[in-house]
Design a binder for this molecule. Structure first.
Ligand SMILES: CC(C)(COP(=O)(O)OP(=O)(O)OC[C@H]1O[C@@H](n2cnc3c(N)ncnc32)[C@H](O)[C@@H]1OP(=O)(O)O)[C@@H](O)C(=O)NCCC(=O)NCCS
Length: 389
């Protein structure tokens, strides 16, 4: 095997190679999904968001990222959502995966993304590159009969479809901003419209909320439910629960902090499923200034960052938080400061208590007396996503 490995931008003519490596990594794709996959990937190629590794004239690895925004502290932060990381089996275990991922990280930085996130199949490679757990995708199960009796009949609700994509995004935006959400993704409007138009998307819209649900393995499953008032929470869940004669349980992707948990009885004996996703701060000052912080928090503290992959983050910084906003500015000061690598900074950014970050060996130094104020600044609701990508 000639080792003439080089990083490239994937081109349309490489897609057959990508598909071959992908099949050997994730399983075969049915012929119906192939066309959608090809047209999606053409957009990644056009936007230079798909990187590959070539050996001679053969493509042996690839990775790409979605142009997402993600809510942090109730503000939208641009986030490169890495997916489709694949290496041909005969090339694994010798740095090819790391090479293609480094290419994707460098491109995301160049394109101005302060954050990146991904769903890891293994954490090892991504931790080496500075990613750490950021949050989860939580799936809960509720007895449908409980949902059916939640009421809310006074709320007017209508069927919705692709033409309502803009309104869906607007409502989600209002609620994530006022609720200071952490973690949910913002998809491009065209993708939202596609999703609302799917045969298995049953969409209902109220004045201040919406629900999208469908069938999954013989059960009803809520993909997203957003509501701005108790009456609408009750109305939308009870629409889903009206299917209780066929689907005795309803599964739902929702936040662990969703009001549903406080309203619905009989959840106690049901299992929850959590898929963890990882996050990486790519551009520390941009990531800090883009997100929202706890509104009452005020913080002035020096940080010493050491980022072995993205050296522009390395060095001494001053973190200032007040009025719900933060900034990170370079300082020349010396002496003790809270020291963090990329994984420690990322865990903190995602709301992990500093005591846990320290005990995992991902933060050192600084005045322990500052830890409480730092935790308060980064605190908020549990970071979650509804979507897998
Ligand atoms: C996961 C994958 C992309 C890694 O590619 P690779 O070229 O083997 O990775 P590298 O050689 O750069 O390895 C980087 C580090 O990750 C570790 N690693 C790689 N694959 C691993 C696995 N399956 N389990 C545990 N650790 C793994 C390596 O040991 C290495 O760590 P080390 O330096 O401490 O030994 C590749 O195995 C693959 O394509 N797998 C199938 C598809 C898949 O799972 N993709 C990831 C989706 S998130």
């Amino acid at each position: 095997m000639a080792d003439d490995l080089r990083l490239v931008d994937v081109q349309t003519e490489h897609l057959d190679d990508v598909l071959r490596v992908r099949s050997r990594s994730f399983g075969l794709m049915d012929s119906g999904s192939r066309d959608e996959w090809l047209s999606n990937n053409q957009v990644f190629i056009d936007d230079r968001r798909m990187l590959g590794v070539m050996d001679g004239d053969e493509l042996v690895a690839s990775a790409r990222y979605w142009p997402f925004e993600q809510w942090w502290g109730g503000r939208k932060v641009r986030m490169a959502g890495v997916a489709g990381v694949v290496v041909a089996p005969e090339y694994r275990g010798r740095g090819v995966g790391s090479m293609v991922m480094r290419g994707a990280l460098a491109r995301a930085v160049e394109q101005g993304y302060p954050l990146s996130a991904l769903y890891p199949a293994t954490t090892v490679i991504y931790r080496h590159l500075g990613y750490e757990f950021g949050g989860g995708r939580f799936r809960y199960t509720f007895p449908a009969a409980e949902l059916r009796s939640l009421g809310g009949k006074e709320v007017s609700v209508r069927r919705a479809g692709p033409a309502d994509a803009g309104r869906f995004l607007e409502l989600a935006g209002q609620l994530h901003s006022s609720g200071r959400s952490n973690g949910p993704l913002v998809w491009p409007e065209a993708k939202v419209a596609e999703w609302l138009g799917e045969d298995n998307s049953f969409c209902y819209l109220a004045e201040d909320g919406f629900v999208v649900y469908g069938w999954q393995n013989g059960k009803l499953r809520v993909e997203e439910l957003i509501a701005g008032s108790e009456a609408t929470v009750r109305a939308l869940w009870s629409i889903v629960g009206s299917g209780s004669s066929i689907s005795t349980d309803v599964e739902a992707y929702i936040s662990p902090d969703d009001p549903a948990h406080l309203l619905i009885a009989m959840e106690a004996d049901k299992h929850a499923v959590i898929e963890h996703w990882m996050l990486r701060v790519l551009d520390a000052p941009a990531a800090i200034s883009a997100r929202g912080f706890a509104p009452g928090a005020s913080l002035e503290v020096d940080l010493e960052l050491d980022d072995s992959e993205l050296s522009t983050n390395t060095g001494r910084w001053h973190l200032s938080v007040s009025g719900g906003s933060g900034s990170l500015t370079r300082v020349e000061s010396t002496g003790d400061a809270l020291r963090l690598g990329s994984r420690g900074l990322t865990a903190l950014y995602a709301g992990t208590p500093l005591a846990s970050v320290r005990k995992a060996g991902l933060a050192w130094g600084g005045a322990a007396a500052d830890d409480g104020a730092i935790d308060t600044a980064f605190s908020g609701s549990t970071a979650y996503m509804l979507d897998y990508f």
